[in-house]
Design a protein around this ligand. Structure first.
Ligand code: SF4
Length: 466
């Protein structure tokens, strides 16, 4: 009998073509997602006189630069040029791309799964660090740099050093108002933003198994914020039910064959991880970040920490710097901090389930600060409209925007003003992430909705009780 293997080891072994002299491996790539930011790689290809090796395994998605206003007006000529350039690149190379106007336009990490192009056991790459999202299906998915994108375009392969293995088990039942976003923020707060450095993470445990696919994608999306390039969750019946019938998923006898293979992927009993960590899900509360790293997060019931109480000198300095940037004082209650804007969007939390959760809080209430909803994809937007969610948001005074990365990073010009404070469903609260001087508090969609209708960071459980 062969030795027990982890999910990661099984997927890696199936894709390893050869081992290099320096200990790295050449891996076959099943799916490559390209977006407007891939222009350096297309330029490099053109310069070398090469064509894309497998345009059929490459998918083009317009997300980072696309405007999200109704008229899709680029914020500047340069932004418009980037969108045009991407269109030229994909057309020249015969790559199928999803542009504004297409029902599948949207954020790469939302569109790939919803098309059924992301499948269990696949090796998936994209020139974007949140590619880990696709690991929610039991794929091995990671972000790559511009020169690696060029290599993949030219060869459909990539050289990688095999990471060590870390399992994070989250066990128990989540309480009311506690979501996948709170789980991953709590994991990062507890174990630190560097816990996954040099490791591939497998998220396991009953709380993870109990999540929907949308929730699992939220968790894997933020593996990179825990320091790892990849996060995975074992595929199971929840995964297969979500994928069944999707446009690009296998059909008929091929589907049955695929599911039989996918059932062999979960980590075997007794397989070894280099590190094992666990967290009690039942003890979690809705989370909010107070600083400028996703690890600087606490339950909404807590208070802004005092740098004087930091566990070491490095964190004492980091916390003081974060508080200075965020304009907060030690000891302030997190519940009640006034916000200027609310953003519900991004590849972390703009899927249909996220919009439903936010709409449930908003229904019958009014936003008291400017608030945006930008769906993760046009398909999600259309589904939300069919369910009447758009009317709940617009009746409450929210702006119902088109799909794209939008205010997650603001490359398209959707930015906060300097000094503005947001409650945001995105994944990064770094200095300047939503614009120079902007202050970001990461929260779940329900918590963002609660902040919109109160104008403050608010424990959403209090609204649910009303
Ligand atoms: S939504 Fe944000 S994190 Fe996700 S791909 Fe776009 S810019 Fe990156």
């Amino acid at each position: 009998m062969s030795a027990p293997r982890t999910l990661f080891e099984k997927v890696w072994a199936r894709h390893e073509i050869l081992k290099g002299p320096d200990g790295d491996s050449l891996l076959f790539v099943d799916r490559h997602y390209a977006h407007e930011g891939s222009f350096h790689a297309f330029n490099a290809l053109r310069k070398a006189g090469l064509k894309v090796r497998r345009p059929d395994l490459t998918t083009g998605i317009y997300d980072h630069y696309v405007p999200t206003d109704a008229a899709r007006t680029p914020a500047s000529a340069e932004i418009g040029d980037m969108i045009t350039l991407f269109g030229r690149n994909v057309a020249e190379q015969g790559i199928r791309a999803y542009a504004p106007g297409d029902p599948h336009q949207g954020i790469v990490h939302v569109v790939g799964p919803e098309l059924g192009e992301t499948l269990p056991g696949f090796l998936i790459v994209c020139g974007d660090s949140h590619t880990a999202t696709h690991g929610a299906f039991g794929a091995l998915a990671f972000g790559i740099g511009a020169s690696e994108v060029a290599h993949v375009l030219a060869t459909q392969t990539i050289w990688q050093v095999r990471p060590r293995l870390l399992r994070i088990s989250v066990e128990g039942r989540l309480g009311a108002g506690v979501t996948a976003k709170d789980v991953i923020l709590a994991v990062i707060a507890r174990f630190g933003a560097n816990v996954g450095l040099g490791h591939a993470i497998e998220f396991a445990g009953s709380a993870i198994r109990g999540l929907t696919m949308e929730g699992r994608m939220t968790v894997c999306n933020m593996a990179i914020e825990a320091g790892s390039r990849t996060g995975q969750i074992a595929p199971d019946d929840t995964t297969f039910a979500w994928l069944a019938g999707r446009e690009k998923a296998p059909k008929g006898a091929l589907w049955d064959k695929a599911v039989a293979h996918w059932r062999s992927l979960p980590t075997d009993e007794g397989a070894r991880f280099d590190r094992d960590l666990s967290l009690d899900a039942s003890a979690l509360a809705p989370m909010v970040t107070w600083g400028t790293s996703p690890e600087e997060a606490l339950p909404i019931t807590d208070r802004v920490p005092d740098p004087a109480a930091a566990p070491d000198a490095a964190r004492k300095a980091a916390w003081a710097k974060s508080l200075d940037y965020m304009g907060l004082k030690p000891g302030m209650a997190l519940d009640g901090i006034a916000v200027d804007r609310v953003f519900i969007g991004s590849c972390t939390n703009a899927r249909i389930e996220d919009l439903r959760a936010a709409a449930a809080v908003v229904k019958g209430r009014k936003a008291v600060v400017p608030a945006w909803v930008s769906s993760g994809s046009t398909a999600v937007k259309l589904q939300a409209e069919a369910e009447g969610l758009d009317r709940i948001f617009t009746a409450a005074g929210f702006e119902w925007r088109e799909s794209g990365c939008s205010m997650c990073v603001g490359i398209n010009g959707d930015l906060l003003k300097p000094g503005e404070r947001s409650a945001s469903t995105t994944n990064r609260n770094f200095v300047g992430r939503q614009g120079p001087g902007a202050r970001t508090h990461l929260v779940s969609p329900a918590m963002a909705a609660a902040a919109a209708v109160t104008g403050r960071l608010t424990d959403v459980r209090k609204l649910a009780a009303n």
